[in-house]
Ligand binder design. Structure first.
Ligand SMILES: NC(=O)c1ccc[n+]([C@@H]2O[C@H](COP(=O)([O-])OP(=O)(O)OC[C@H]3O[C@@H](n4cnc5c(N)ncnc54)[C@H](OP(=O)(O)O)[C@@H]3O)[C@@H](O)[C@H]2O)c1
Length: 260
């Protein structure tokens, strides 16, 4: 395991699920951490876990990623330069495209696409990262092809992939796109339904997904090895193969897979 002692990683969405697991994985490698999310209590619990695992300095940023004035005020308070910027926070969706209010489409795009782009630009403008920083962004298997009841989510995750691939091409810097399949996290609880209400249920597909710490280990391994993409999950990842090589089969079957 490569040591990241003395290196600093900022991780968004670090209060729960994959982000908390990524924080623990960076901690095991001795990194300094800047952990961002809205929920202070959950951030503090992740901080304690990371401290016990061997993290260096840990700073918590309690902020809504879509509250840009608050975010812009926080950015200059960060000390030093980031070695890793992990744009992971996100929300999902549980609603048919034509039954989804446009405000929900926009909210999912705001959290999952515009907010990470805003944060990356604000940090760059403040000199907090440069060409030698490694950026990782959590897209999704839904960022590789369409999936039912995820129209806005798929759109946002495709957008994230396109944006950060373009940035990589323009700058030549290291960018790793993470494409998790179904990971066992509470993401379905906060997923938005068509009217904007939280889904509020732990979906069976989610509960049966890969363990978040296992997912994070594979992601961080891929990041430190400089991989352009990390695809991680269970048998659902076979859909990537079907989409590429047997698109007819993919389009016959994917619409029938349970979306929850
Ligand atoms: N679980 C999966 O199967 C799966 C699969 C593919 C991709 N992903 C992606 O992985 C990432 C992490 O998801 P997860 O499964 O770990 O879900 P999760 O457990 O619900 O975690 C989501 C994280 O994002 C943060 N967040 C959400 N909205 C935010 C906002 N407006 N401002 C700041 N932070 C915000 C949450 O923190 P607070 O609530 O404390 O703000 C939380 O830490 C997401 O981008 C998701 O799309 C997940």
């Amino acid at each position: 395991m490569k040591s990241l002692q003395g290196q600093t990683a900022l991780i968004t969405g670090a209060s729960s699920g994959i982000g908390a697991a990524l924080a623990r994985e960076f901690a095991r490698r001795g990194a300094n951490l800047v952990l961002l999310a809205r929920n202070r209590g959950r951030l503090e619990s992740v901080r304690n876990q990371c401290a016990n695992l061997g993290a260096g300095d840990i700073r918590l940023l309690e902020a809504d990623l879509t509250d840009y004035p608050v975010l812009d005020a926080l950015v200059p308070t960060l000390e030093g330069r980031l070695d890793y910027l992990v744009l992971n926070a996100g929300i999902s969706q549980r609603s048919l495209a034509l039954e989804t209010d446009e405000s929900v489409d926009r909210r999912v795009m705001e959290v999952d696409f515009f907010a990470p782009v805003h944060l990356a630009k604000a940090l760059h403008a403040a000199g907090k990262w440069d060409h030698d920083t490694h950026i990782a962004a959590t897209s999704s298997i839904s960022g590789l092809f369409g999936f039912p009841q995820r129209s806005a989510y798929c759109a946002a995750k495709h957008a994230l992939k396109g944006y950060f691939e373009a940035l990589q091409l323009e700058t030549g810097m290291k960018v790793t796109l993470l494409f998790p399949g179904r990971i066992n996290t509470p993401i379905s609880l906060s997923a938005l339904e068509g009217d904007g209400k939280a889904h509020g249920q732990m979906d069976p597909g989610q509960a049966g997904g890969m363990d978040a710490d296992r997912c994070a280990r594979k992601c961080v391994d891929g990041i430190v090895r400089g991989r352009r993409q990390v695809r991680v999950g269970g048998k659902e990842m076979l859909a990537c193969f079907a989409y590429k090589w047997f698109p007819g089969l993919f389009f016959r079957l994917a619409g029938k897979v349970s979306a929850v």
